[in-house]
Design a protein around this ligand. Structure first.
Ligand code: S3P
Length: 434
């Protein structure tokens, strides 16, 4: 599936983007493992989250929905899952595979986690090794790649683990395994990463202690069902924020966006670039801060991106590279090696695409140097990466010719309504079968 996007236009109006992917995954997981019935609203009905839900259904969890973002989950308790008859297919989702590995490590049955072509190339040693230190037995393919074969019935014990990389997925896998471990599980992160797991565990009545960069919990407790209102995903909102920022005359309000401090790197970076961006109606919903964001088109300027913002904006760089391409001067990103192991190598794929659109973009080992200029029309390949596809789609707002993006099917993993919402806001986007 390709996107063909005609150049020019503006973004305007008010809209609410799809539910937060990270929070949606976690609401299904904790809802399934809780005692009692959990009601979720605002759930992202993207393929990634549906994989997580299907996995729990395959392990005997009953759930009604999702329908219009509503899902009711009959929790089975921490020890109520049943052996799945088949391998659990995590599709395109690194979050699903890594967090599930932590949960499955604590079960008394064997299981296998598989994924699509992209996920099958992604590194899993980052979870299998520390889970192994806790007593889990997880075999991987060569080089630590999926499938993951998880041996059941292994007693787990708490460990103290200093994470070598800033990864919320690794942290979450260990905390979830820690629910099943003897004693205390202690995880220290090298830089702050999204803390939705810690917040939601507390929401389900589980004691989690955060002291600076160190998070602790004790195994053997219980999760108590609760209601969850999932905010709109700041990572999906980003395509609209950047689109409006680069298209003169735009004015857009994005409603009910999750503003968790561990996710707001994109706001901080866009502001440093001179974006006309303000927050309205800030409030808290179910333990997560939420606000409406108003953004107007303005001339952006190139910046050196502060490295402390990188983990806080890790999923937003494909779109931020488009902002940099439209800014005056040079934008320099460093300290973002993790971008090379996302759904695609986002440094290589974005640099290639930007060059095809006439922008001077130079890859470095852990980032990119982009000289702002005028985007031209052309053909780019998303390499099946949802965020790359959406980033080049909104680039057309500031391009001098049409942009065709190949291999856009995976937008459905995180933001199925993107084409429709983008058109409503003013993007001249056509979806064509390739
Ligand atoms: C996620 C964590 C991040 C992010 C991913 C979702 C999560 O990955 O890139 O899209 O929900 O925990 P890492 O923790 O590997 O950086």
């Amino acid at each position: 599936m390709d996107y063909r996007v005609s150049p020019g236009g503006q973004f305007s109006g008010r809209l609410r983007v799809a539910g937060d992917k990270s929070i949606s995954h976690r609401s299904v997981m904790l809802g399934a493992l809780a005692d009692g019935v959990t009601h979720v609203t605002g759930l992202l009905e993207g393929e990634d989250v549906l994989c997580t839900l299907a996995a729990f259904r395959a392990m005997g969890v009953q759930a009604m929905g999702p329908e219009q973002g509503r899902l009711t989950i009959q929790g089975v308790g921490l020890h109520g899952l049943r052996p799945p008859a088949q391998p659990l297919d995590m599709g395109n989702s690194g979050t699903a595979m890594r967090l599930m590995s932590g949960i499955l490590a604590g079960q008394n049955f064997d299981s296998v986690l598989i994924g699509d072509e992209s996920l099958s190339k992604r590194p899993m040693k980052r979870v299998s090794e520390p889970l192994g230190l806790m007593g889990a037995r997880i075999d991987t393919n060569e080089g630590g790649r999926p499938p993951l074969r998880v041996k059941g019935g292994q007693p787990l014990h708490g460990i103290e683990y200093k994470m070598p990389m800033a990864s919320a997925q690794v942290k979450s896998a260990l905390l979830l395994a820690g629910l099943y471990a003897d004693g205390e599980t202690v995880v220290t992160e090298p830089a702050p990463t999204r803390d939705h797991t810690e917040r939601m565990l507390r929401g389900f009545g589980y004691a989690v202690n955060t002291d600076g960069a160190t998070i602790r919990l004790r195994g053997g407790g219980q999760l108590i069902a609760c209601d969850i209102d999932v905010p709109a995903d700041i990572s999906s909102a980003t395509f609209f924020l950047v689109g409006a920022a680069i298209a003169p005359g735009s004015e857009l309000v994005l409603e009910h966006v999750g503003m968790n401090p561990t996710r707001v790197g994109v706001i901080n970076i866009l502001k440093l670039m001179g974006a006309d961006l303000s927050m309205e109606n800030a409030r808290e919903v179910g333990g997560e801060p939420v606000a409406d964001l108003r953004i107007r088109g303005s001339q952006l300027k190139g910046i050196r991106i502060p490295e402390d913002q990188v983990p806080l904006a890790i999923d937003e760089f494909p779109a931020l590279f488009i902002a940099a391409a439209c800014a005056t001067g040079e934008t320099v990103l460093t300290g973002a090696h993790e971008l090379r192991v996302k759904e695609s190598d986002r440094i290589a794929v974005m640099a290639t695409g930007l060059k095809r659109l006439g922008i001077d973009a130079q890859e470095t080992s852990d980032g990119m140097v982009i000289h702002g200029g005028r985007l031209q029309g052309g053909d780019v390949d998303s390499h099946g990466d949802h965020r790359i596809a959406m980033s080049f789609a909104i680039a057309a707002l500031a391009a001098s010719g049409p942009i065709t993006i190949h291999d856009c099917r995976n937008v459905a993993t995180s933001f199925p309504e993107f084409p429709e919402l983008a058109r409503t806001a003013g993007l001249k986007l056509e979806v064509v079968e390739s």
